[in-house]
Design a protein around this ligand. Structure first.
Ligand code: COA
Length: 174
């Protein structure tokens, strides 16, 4: 991954089939129990009730342009955060936040009024991200992540506050 990540500008867009190898590679370095490429392919091509977004650094070397990815499952009126990852070289620059804002706004446009997710209880980066949106801890799933022998916290954001999300989005373009 390029060393100029500090100066990068990035773009959000819908995931495309040609992104899949990079998205799977990103998942691989981000999780102990990554999704195989076929799972992303299913979400993108087959599941009509998922939203798949990527963050792209257009200035990165070819084959290294996908720096973030998000999949949301639309379950009745709920936006379930299925997976979100930002490349380690690009973290703490607001990319995860932008992906989540965009994903939640798109989910709201398709009928979601609340959001739910599971997160490793020790995943402080992710917890900071989610608490910044107002997610609250509503449950615990013991030993949910068997690869890491770690509990999951169940977080929900109910209701989705569209004005809050749009205001965050506005700060990105200012
Ligand atoms: C979780 C993850 C997606 C966050 O992506 P990111 O692009 O680094 O997040 P952002 O830069 O948008 O940060 C969002 C907020 O969290 C804060 N934050 C992020 N990491 C933080 C940390 N270690 N300590 C304090 N605050 C932190 C940021 O400051 C920002 O808040 P602010 O805008 O109020 O300052 C990223 O760490 C990641 O890919 N982790 C591995 C995969 C993973 O665990 N995914 C979550 C599964 S539930």
């Amino acid at each position: 991954m390029s060393a100029h990540a500090d100066a990068c500008h990035f773009e959000l867009r819908n995931m495309r089939a040609e992104d899949l190898p990079q998205v799977a590679a990103l998942d691989q370095i981000s999780f102990a129990d990554p999704w195989p490429q076929g799972s992303f392919e299913y979400e993108l091509k087959t599941n009509n009730y998922s939203l798949c977004l990527v963050a792209e650094d257009p200035d990165a070397a070819e084959g290294e342009t996908i720096v973030g990815a998000l999949v949301i499952w639309l379950i009745v009126d709920e936006a379930h955060i299925a997976t979100i990852a930002v490349h380690p070289n690009y973290r703490h620059r607001g990319i995860g936040r932008r992906l989540l804002v965009e994903g939640l706004l798109q989910a709201a446009g398709r009928g979601a009024v609340k959001s739910l997710l599971e997160v490793r209880s020790g995943n402080l980066d992710a917890l900071h991200l989610y608490f910044g949106f107002g997610y609250k801890v509503v449950g615990l799933r013991p030993n949910y992540y068997q690869a890491e022998a770690e509990d999951a916290l169940l977080l929900d954001l109910d209701p989705l506050d569209l004005e809050f999300l749009r205001n965050i989005k506005l700060t990105f373009s200012s």
